[in-house]
Each structure stands twice: as structure tokens, then as C-alpha cells.
Design a protein around this ligand. Structure first.
Ligand code: NCD
Length: 451
């Protein structure tokens, strides 16, 4: 099998359909059963690891996976030692490394949306191995695979996500996937590090997930200092049947997914590690954790005490080991070495360039702002009336108050019906009238700033 002229990338967990994920599990099972028996599958292929942020497990499990498949690896794992230090843009690095140098690129980058940008320039598949606090889809596949192995299903499971839910990209990608598979999520955030609203809104918009108050008494010590929230794909009318004033009572949990404080992204708001949520013997005695497996993407700091390492519910080291077979499946699939009967996701959301190149993304860590060279701003049109849009790289909602049309040079309120006629690639986003007028735009009849 050869690779098509349009490589299949893995930038977000949404790039794979449920059937494709299930197929990857089947392949991973085969690879796990006989890890040394597949060295013919990617013989002659080369994967390039471009790791511009620290990594142990993700990089080494990818490299081990390619070597077990019979391929080779090349690595640039230190930004200071690559041409990035000389001012090379990510787009140029990708154009050079993808193709003659390698058959697939595994990219980890501190900027949100970096993998999406890389995919637009790469002639070979790009795998997002973590982009800032945005997404980490291959960790999610590893986490889902662990649930599949340990629990035999994902739909209907009760999964606790605990710790730094604000900056943990593993949590964000995992939450999107759990919602898509129909699992229920109990968020137990470290105080001040709750799940960001852009993630909760996307869970609601794309997967119909409703957040309700959680009564986490049975979670015991783990949830004692946290305002737990229950996120469920149940419909609101079904929820009203079992939600009383205290909220949805957390009962039997299937998995606790603990995360470390993402200190490197905290920007001065770092909490006191001493008070960080912690899983230890006493916390594990909670009624609802009786049969729960304990997961962690690792590395851990103090949030999981080593006194529970031997507890049979603690699976975090097995979880990391399973990263190899699942990444073997990812590499073999994306390089076109596996037969697939599964269809790709039904629709991919189109990205449009923002007219006149005016960047409306509010996120300072978005690759559209951090790259040294100009990155053409792109957006997804989320709704037409009122008009809503999200950054095509980092997925943040664009916070505009006015929307212009680059061909008529009129601006409108986002609620305006006239905007329904405007071609997406003619849209320009403004935060106020001054900005719109400074860019040479005039108010359309009835244009008013949204308050
Ligand atoms: C995670 C990451 O890099 O986001 N680690 C990993 O890939 N296994 C989690 C973390 O660093 O906390």
C-alpha cells in the first residue's frame, strides 16, 4: 500500500472516527501480543521526531514503535540545537523534514495550533504529540486503549478527571473523546485550574454534553477541596429525573485520571504544590473508588503517592507501556501500511483564511501569534446567526464585536442577517467601531456593537 497524495494527519482526536479508533485498538492488541513480530510492516520508512518541548514517554514510545515496525527514526529534540534557534519558521522546517528526510513527522511544540499549521505545509502525515495546552491526541488514544483493555468498553463509563484541568492538554483531548464515545466525566479540578470554558463549550456544541453540579461526597478525600462538576452526554430531560438539589451523585467510578500541575504554563498563577490534590491510601479508600483504575499520563510529581503504586487499581505504568502498541498502530495506519475498513470522520470542519490577514485570535500562545514569520490566520465558522467563529489553529472562540465584509467594506453586528450572504473568506473580525473604521470600513445600515 502506498501513501496517498493527501496524507492523513492526526492533529486532533476528532480526525479519527469511532470506527477508526476501534480498528486501532484491534491492531494494538495484535502488536501487544507479539511486539517483535511486525518488523516487516514499516521496513524502509523513517519517522522524524521534532520535539520542541520536554518529553520522555511520548517521544521514546513513538521511536520504539517505529523501530519495532522495522523503520528508522531521526530526531531533533532540542530547539536550541536545531535551525529554529537561527530563526527558521516552523513551516520551513516542516517542508524540509517531510518528504526526502522522512515519511511521517511526530511534532511536539509549545504553541497551540502548531500541529495544524505543520499539517498545512507537510507532504507527509503530521502527528500532534502535544501542542501547548491545546491537544495531545495520541496520549488520548493510549488512554482510551487502556480503558478498552481494562474495562472492555468506553460508552457509559464514569471517568474522573482530576488536577490541573485548565492547562492539561491530555485532559482536553481525552474529554472530547470520552464525550464522543458516550462516557460520563466527573471534573475534580485543583481550585483555580478548572476546565476552560472553551473546552466545556465545545463539549456542549459538538457532543451535546451538559455540565451539572456533582455531589462528590462518595469521592471522599480526593474531592473534599474541589467543586466537582459532572459532564454528561445525557439529555437535559433525562438528567432532571436523577438530579436533585445537591447535584448528580457520583457513585461507582470506573477510572480516575490524575494530572500534575502544568507549572510550565502557569504564568505566575502557580498554586502551592503542597495543597495540590493527592491520591494516596486514604483517598483510595473512598467508597466510589472501590473498583476504579488509577490512570496518569505521567510524569507524576506528588499528586499520586508511591504508597499506592502496588495497589492493583494503579495502572499508570501499564498505561505508559501500552503507549507502544497503540503508537505502532498509529504509525502503521498513517503511513498506509494497514488495511482499513473504517471510514474517516463524516465531516471535517473547513478552515477559512481571515480576509485582509487581520488576526482576531485572542490567545497569546496560539501559533498564529508566536511564530516569527507571518502565519495566515484561519478560522472555523461555528454559527451563522449570530455569527460565531473559532481560531482554526488553537480552537479559541474569536471575541469580535463587529464583522466586516472585505468586498463591500461594510461592518455589521454579529446578529445581522446580512452576514448570512457574506462569503466566509470575505469576513473580517473587529473588536470595536474604531478598529473597523481605522481599517477603512463603514457601518452597514443598523450595525451596532454587541454589548
Ligand atoms: C503529558 C504531556 O506531555 O502533556 N505527558 C505525556 O505525554 N505522557 C502530561 C504531562 O506532561 O503532564
Amino acid at each position: 500500500m502506498s501513501q496517498s497524495s493527501h496524507p492523513q494527519h492526526l492533529v486532533s482526536i476528532d480526525d479519527l472516527s469511532i470506527d477508526e479508533v476501534t480498528e486501532l485498538f484491534e491492531h494494538a492488541d495484535r502488536f501487544a501480543a507479539d511486539p517483535r513480530g511486525w518488523s516487516h510492516l514499516c521496513r524502509g520508512m523513517i519517522s522524524a521526531s521534532l520535539f520542541f518541548e520536554a518529553s520522555t514517554r511520548t517521544r521514546l514510545s513513538f521511536e520504539s514503535a517505529m523501530l519495532r515496525l522495522g523503520g528508522g527514526v531521526i530526531t531533533a529534540a532540542d530547539q536550541a540545537m536545531s535551525s529554529t534557534a537561527k530563526g527558521e519558521s516552523l513551516a520551513d522546517t516542516i517542508r524540509v523534514v517531510g518528504g526526502a528526510y522522512s515519511d511521517i513527522i511526530i511534532l511536539r511544540h509549545p504553541s497551540e495550533g502548531a500541529a495544524r499549521l505543520a499539517a498545512t505545509y507537510s507532504p507527509v502525515p503530521v502527528v500532534n504529540a502535544g501542542d501547548g495546552s491545546h491537544e495531545h491526541p495520541t496520549q488520548t488514544l493510549c488512554d482510551l486503549y487502556n480503558l478498552h483493555v481494562e474495562r472492555g468498553r468506553i460508552q457509559g463509563l464514569e471517568v474522573v478527571l482530576a488536577g490541573d484541568l485548565k492547562y492539561s492538554r491530555t485532559v482536553h483531548s481525552f474529554a472530547y473523546a470520552l464525550a464522543r464515545f458516550g462516557a460520563n466525566i466527573v471534573c475534580v479540578p485543583q481550585s483555580g485550574f478548572e476546565m476552560p470554558s472553551y473546552v466545556v463549550e465545545r463539549l456542549r456544541d459538538d457532543f451535546g454534553v451538559e455540565p451539572v453540579r456533582a455531589d462528590a461526597r462518595r469521592l471522599g478525600k480526593l474531592a473534599a477541596s474541589s467543586d466537582a462538576v459532572y459532564l454528561t452526554p445525557q439529555k437535559p430531560h433525562q438528567l432532571s429525573l436523577f438530579t436533585d438539589a445537591r447535584g448528580w451523585e457520583v457513585q461507582d467510578v470506573d477510572a480516575v485520571y490524575m494530572t500534575r500541575p502544568q507549572t510550565e504554563r502557569h504564568d505566575g498563577e502557580d498554586g502551592d504544590d503542597g495543597e495540590y490534590l493527592r491520591l494516596e491510601k486514604r483517598a483510595m479508600a473512598a467508597e466510589s473508588l472501590r473498583d476504579a483504575v488509577v490512570m496518569h499520563p505521567l510524569p507524576r510529581r506528588d499528586e499520586i503517592s508511591s504508597d499506592i503504586d502496588e495497589d492493583p487499581r494503579s495502572i499508570y505504568f501499564k498505561q505508559a507501556a501500552r503507549g507502544v502498541p497503540i503508537r505502532m498502530a498509529i504509525l502503521a495506519k498513517l503511513t498506509g501500511q494497514l488495511e482499513s475498513k473504517a471510514s474517516s470522520p463524516p465531516h471535517t470542519v473547513p478552515l477559512y483564511p481571515v480576509a485582509l490577514g487581520m488576526n482576531p485570535c485572542p490567545n497569546p500562545s496560539c501559533v498564529s501569534r508566536t511564530e516569527k514569520r507571518h502565519v495566515p490566520p484561519m478560522f472555523k465558522l461555528t454559527a451563522r446567526s449570530p455569527l460565531r467563529a473559532h481560531c482554526g489553529y488553537c480552537s479559541r472562540e474569536l471575541p469580535f464585536r463587529l464583522v466586516g465584509c472585505s468586498s463591500t467594506r461594510h461592518y455589521h453586528a454579529p446578529e445581522s442577517n446580512a452576514l448570512r450572504q457574506v462569503r466566509p473568506d470575505h469576513l473580517v473580525f473587529f473588536s470595536d467601531e474604531e478598529g473597523a473604521q481605522a481599517a477603512g470600513f463603514r457601518p452597514a445600515a443598523g450595525a451596532r456593537t454587541r454589548s
